[in-house]
Design a protein around this ligand. Structure first.
Ligand SMILES: N[C@@H](CCC(=O)N[C@@H](CS)C(=O)NCC(=O)O)C(=O)O
Length: 323
């Protein structure tokens, strides 16, 4: 685990000393946008046009943020327009690596870097910006034409996928409808701070106080969501929205990883009747099971975070999502 400093790779774990033991996630730095041809302005440096075959998505099958992007490829039927490949689940001193390894072959997503044959994800960041300083994270939405990163922010990538390619695919499903924008943003904000990022705040805390400060709001929000789902299949009623999918990628990892490895252990998701029903409902959406790789998920967290799990032993259970 490390980061790039002025384009050079430096191996170091998250520094929580300056923040009283709290984990503070850094902001993504590539925040460009893909627009449909009708809205694309060539003279705007942050604009990229929606063109079939032009973009590549680099993901980790273990990572909940990258998982969102993969899910939107499926929901919006973008498989034939955007190519995808994945990193190896082990994120060690070189950060995310591209290597093929039969043990971790996924049935649907190829491993490696088909564009440049790079060994490390940090080489993509240096290619995009030779003086880049910051973390090397996935997902990475890459432009094959100008050889740069369009976006490394999953929240933006799923909104790009929600709209930009509709004219090409004919898929007009809308997971961020105009009349719900404010309500979705408000709920996303709570779920991001206390659940999606909340589990990381628990897991990467380096003081008892910082851990407990993250744990309590995490379970407050899970209790609140359990209540909200009492009479409703999804967070905003009958229709799925992006809020559901942003929550899904954390919930599906919870009992297998966050409960044990990140010490988020007041309750499991299976202990919440509405949340577990909701998780199964989302999981059973067409093409979604193909996006969930429990082997990568468990291996990545338990094997990569040796400050938390120095033995690198990967627990055997649970070996299904809902048990
Ligand atoms: N805000 C980013 C966060 C992405 C992120 O932190 N991804 C993790 C994997 S789960 C990562 O690549 N971490 C590497 C690092 O922090 O060095 C997003 O949502 O896209």
């Amino acid at each position: 685990m490390g980061l790039l400093i002025e384009g050079k790779w430096v191996d170091q774990w998250y520094d929580t000393k300056a923040t009283n033991g709290k984990f503070v996630r850094s902001e993504s730095q590539f925040r460009n946008w893909i627009y449909p041809q009708s809205q694309y302005q060539a003279n705007e440096p942050t604009h990229f046009p929606a063109v079939a075959g032009r973009y590549h998505l680099y993901i980790s099958l273990a990572c909940p943020w990258a998982h969102r992007a993969l899910i939107f490829i499926k929901l919006k039927q973008l498989d034939n327009l955007i190519s995808i490949s994945c990193v190896h689940p082990d994120m060690l001193s070189n950060g995310w690596e591209f290597k093929s390894d039969e043990t971790f072959a996924d049935a649907n997503i190829a491993a490696g870097d088909p564009l440049y044959g790079f060994s490390f994800a940090h080489q993509l960041y240096s290619k995009a910006d030779e003086g880049y300083t910051g973390r090397v994270t996935v997902p990475i939405l890459w432009d094959k034409e100008t050889h740069t990163i369009v976006s490394n922010e999953s929240a933006d990538i799923i909104r790009i996928f929600n709209r930009a390619f509709n004219d090409i695919t004919g898929n007009h499903l809308d997971f961020y409808p105009d009349d719900k924008v404010e309500a979705i943003d408000t709920l996303n904000n709570r779920i991001y701070n206390t659940v999606n990022n909340g589990v990381y705040k628990c897991g990467f805390a380096s003081t008892q106080e910082a851990y407990e400060e993250a744990l309590i709001p995490l379970f407050d929000t899970l209790d609140f969501l359990e209540n909200r789902l009492e009479n409703s299949p999804y967070l905003f009623g009958e229709e799925q929205t992006e809020a559901d999918w942003r929550l899904f990628t954390t919930l599906i990892r919870f009992d297998a990883v966050y409960f044990g490895h990140f010490k988020c252990n007041l309750k499991r998701i299976v202990d919440y009747p509405n949340l577990i029903g909701y998780l199964k409902r989302l999981y059973n959406t067409p093409n979604i099971p193909d996006t969930v790789n429990l082997q990568h998920i468990k291996r990545h967290y338990y094997y990569s975070h040796d400050t938390i799990n120095p033995s690198r032993i990967v627990p055997v259970g649970p070996n299904s999502f809902f048990a």
